[in-house]
Write a protein that binds this ligand. Structure first.
Ligand SMILES: [Zn+2]
Length: 308
């Protein structure tokens, strides 16, 4: 890690992360409909990844997440691709984020390595219920091999922290805790996706899962992402009850996914996001950002909202 000795102060003063990556890549013309969309873009159109990072930094993001949410050796192996190519994609995603941040020498921009749950590598939406057909030891191994690649990177090329995100269950939180245990000096945030205003997607109380990860030596923040904005105030209350760790929230835009028609329905006005974020800050969130369907305009609206 770039700053192993300052892990728990890493997020001091940070209040704004980035927004959705996939939808913005699509907006810039990237093909993201394949199961290895992030890999295709990382390898074939890296300039688009840098452009999205740049747009978020210009909008006010103080931390950007890498284009690696779905990158895994298992996912690559399904398409006959070697493990080394998955590992290279992970490192490339950090390199691209670093190069975007370097365009803003006067700004402190942290790079968070986005590591999605096992369900994200299955490409079947399993992260939204967390019922995996996998042994616990294999779940640990899935996470450890990605952590190991990034942990072995020289500091200048390493992420500042890991973003374990869209986590659905206590089981997956425990698997990551075991996977990362050999590296107590690393920094990580743990962010969960939820089924309502109180429970993670698999059904456990968010407060219980948050209390578990808050006790890990690597944890610098706990939070929720990929949830509707309307659940966020309740989820913040649950997170506050669990620990005194910094709280981060990066919900979706407010549109809903209509699975039957395979389309997003409803709409969101980015100018609603700033007022919502003010409520979340007031409720106890330290760090705000956006997940699916949020764009730089959403982040800019939060950036330009007065600090509560
Ligand atoms: Zn999302």
């Amino acid at each position: 890690m770039a700053e192993p000795s300052t892990g728990h102060n890493l997020l001091h003063g940070l209040r704004l992360i980035d927004g959705g990556l996939a939808s913005e890549l699509e907006h810039l013309g990237a093909r993201i409909d394949g199961p290895l969309w992030s890999a295709h873009v990382l390898e074939d159109q890296p300039e688009l990844v840098v452009a999205v990072h740049r747009a978020y930094i210009e909008a006010g993001s103080e931390c950007i997440a890498t284009c690696s949410y779905q990158v895994s050796r298992m996912g690559y192996a399904e398409f006959g691709l070697p493990a080394e190519r998955a590992d290279a994609a992970l490192l490339r995603s950090v390199e691209l984020a670093r190069s975007a941040a370097a365009e803003f020498p006067g700004h402190r921009v942290l790079v968070a390595a986005s590591l999605g749950p096992y369900g994200a590598a299955l490409h079947n939406g399993a992260e939204y219920h967390g019922n995996y057909d996998i042994a616990f030891a294999d779940l640990v191994a899935f996470h450890r091999e990605r952590i190991a690649v990034l942990a072995a990177t020289p500091p200048a090329l390493a992420p500042d922290l890991f973003a374990f995100e869209t986590l659905p269950s206590m089981e997956e939180a425990k698997a990551i805790a075991e996977a990362i245990a050999p590296w107590p000096h690393l920094s990580a945030w743990f962010s969960f996706t939820c089924s309502d205003g109180r429970h993670v997607a698999h059904g456990e109380p968010l407060a219980d899962v948050a209390a578990f990860v808050a006790a890990l030596p690597q944890t610098v923040a706990i939070g929720v992402n990929c949830v509707p904005p309307r659940w966020v105030p309740s989820l913040i209350a649950e997170l506050r009850s669990a620990s005194d760790k910094p709280i981060l929230v990066y919900p979706n835009s407010g549109e809903g996914w209509d699975a039957a028609n395979r389309a997003w329905v409803g709409s969101t006005d980015p100018s609603d996001f700033g007022p919502l974020a003010r409520e979340w800050f007031a409720a106890g969130a330290q760090i705000v950002g956006g997940c699916c369907r949020t764009r730089p305009a959403h982040i800019r609206d939060v950036s330009q909202s007065p600090v509560p």
